[in-house]
Write a protein that binds this ligand. Sequence first.
Ligand code: COA
Ligand code: AMP
Length: 630
Amino acid sequence: MGYAEDYARWQADPEGWWLEAARGIDWDRFPETALDASKAPLYEWFPDGMVNTCWNAVDRHVEAGRGGQVAIIHDSPVTGTVHKITYAELRNRVARLAGALRAQGVEKGDRVVIYMPMVPEALEAMLACARLGAIHSVVFGGFASHELAVRIDDAKPKCIIAASCGIEPGRVVHYKPLLDGALEEAAHKPDFCVIFQREQEVARLEPGRDLDWHAFQYGAEPADCVPVEGTHPAYILYTSGTTGQPKGVVRPTGGHLVALNWTMKNIYGVEPGEVFWAASDVGWVVGHSYIAYAPLIHGNTTVVFEGKPVGTPDAGTFWRVISEHRVAAFFTAPTAFRAIKREDPKGDYVGKYDLSSLRTLFLAGERADPDTIEWAKAQLGVPVIDHWWQTETGWTITGVPVGLGGVEPRMGSSGVPMPGYDVQILDETGDPVGADTLGAVAVKLPLPPGTLPTLWNAEARFRKSYLEHFPGYYETGDAGMIDEDGYLYIMARTDDVINVAGHRLSTGGMEEVLAEHPDVAECAVIGVADELKGQLPMGFLCLTKGVNRGHDEIVRECVALVRERIGPVAAFRHAVVVDRLPKTRSGKILRATMVKIANGEEVKVPATIDDPAILDEIRAACRSLGYAAA
Ligand code: COA
Ligand code: AMP
């Protein structure tokens, strides 16, 4: 059946369609009800089903006689190692880890924060939580102590599982001191921490609090899978909103399993047993869905890659991994290809490897620019598929479902809506607009299985952020348009979220940090266009009256402060001191106008501006940083 038929079948009977998809999962009790709409506009899927994620991702493949198949390939150019784990080994390791956690008191519903680099132990920790029905929250390693502390205080974990260190090109990232700093700052204290000691750095353990990963598992009784309700939270993943307080996206167990399992064959076009590689990080949603869960649920082999597209050791790393492990489908962010293209524009490295196993390249996480798509297509000789989704949804909203067939990719578009999603473009009043007209991208409620039912501890914020602006719809925060054939084009965010190298960051969060600097009276952070990373943050600082220290010194301190508080991943390097910020007469900072100035685009002076002369000062400030070329 092709895409059009399947989408029409879903439209005709959404609940029946999802119950059929649910048959791809092993349930302890198959759900009789697909959708619970009794609390609309809050919806939940599979409320009366009972199921376990770890069983579906691990044990069932062993029971089916595939225990000898490789489940995880850890390919780590930064440590020079490649290590494979079969499904049978994975089951034993995860069951023992879960047993050790249970022996320390971790139970269904308890939260566990995981702070680890790209090692298989990170996936094992996630799966061990799932085995017990504990709710994990993985925090990306590029975030600093403060960000970790904020997440600890919100999730209130019983336990934290961390590694001693991560490895970035040219430096060791000291995870353990970052964790210690976070625990000092956080009001909530976990009962205990488990530390996976890597040979690159053995961390000091705090007696009475920190347990060694191996020692604590020694002699532990393996734990069986605990069935949980379909609506039970599988995990919380924090993502950037408009403020420094991140949003805890809740992932429901049943819908997560059903939706992810469906996507592997129908969107990504892979069969169980094939190798699937998502070059992202377990700290992001792409890592949750397509490094950890979906490939394992579907019985694929997943690649855990600990390296970068360039420099580990060269721009041919991706091609080596694809050829060495016979990768069938590859998923990454466009920025990774821009980095490779910059180092190897003619694709000299591509020719050195046998890439015949690769059938499709999938891109997501940020806008895929036509240049990058054309280059990737020409180099790899396979279809390049852009698809669009978010942490909140956990899987594709629009894409080109290569498994279903019947849709051709279209340049500049991130594809057509997947079954489950009724995507609409709305004007400011919430009315749908016609084809090729720009507006807010929204999804008619209910959202499909696997998407967020709420935010952790923050139902009011969930309603306010996503449901209230356009009643009856989920507001995505993206702006775009749909053409006459139903293809979606994502153009920009409608809020203050920016996208730096495929990483979602909050300019509001950076402004909160800058405002902490004693010399900064007021500030604004915007996202400016960057050839490699898509966007980069740029800060404008107004100083407190009477401050007469050198501006360079203050800027340096502000750059260091953002790195220290948010982390290196913010990539905050550009800031400049200005006298005033451009504002409307009602005092709203005109950030969109500042972005246009910095990008050298034509600027229409807003009618509501308080003092147009400030725009020239902003232009001069941008030029001093090498921006605002036009
Ligand atoms: N732990 C600790 N630090 C990390 C980190 C991690 N897991 N990941 C990134 N960082 C650090 C980097 O070392 C860098 O630090 P620096 O300022 O000291 O150089 C900083 O955070 C910024 O990292 P990044 O934005 O990744 O930039 P980069 O210059 O190191 O690499 C790319 C640029 C394009 C190669 C890289 O961003 C990349 O591979 N992107 C792929 C896209 C991707 O993974 N997207 C995720 C969502 S799909
Ligand atoms: P995240 O939650 O980190 O996955 O970021 C989601 C946001 O990234 C989306 O709301 C978009 O703004 C952007 N994004 C993700 N995929 C795409 C894509 N294919 N094209 C354009 N923007 C994208």
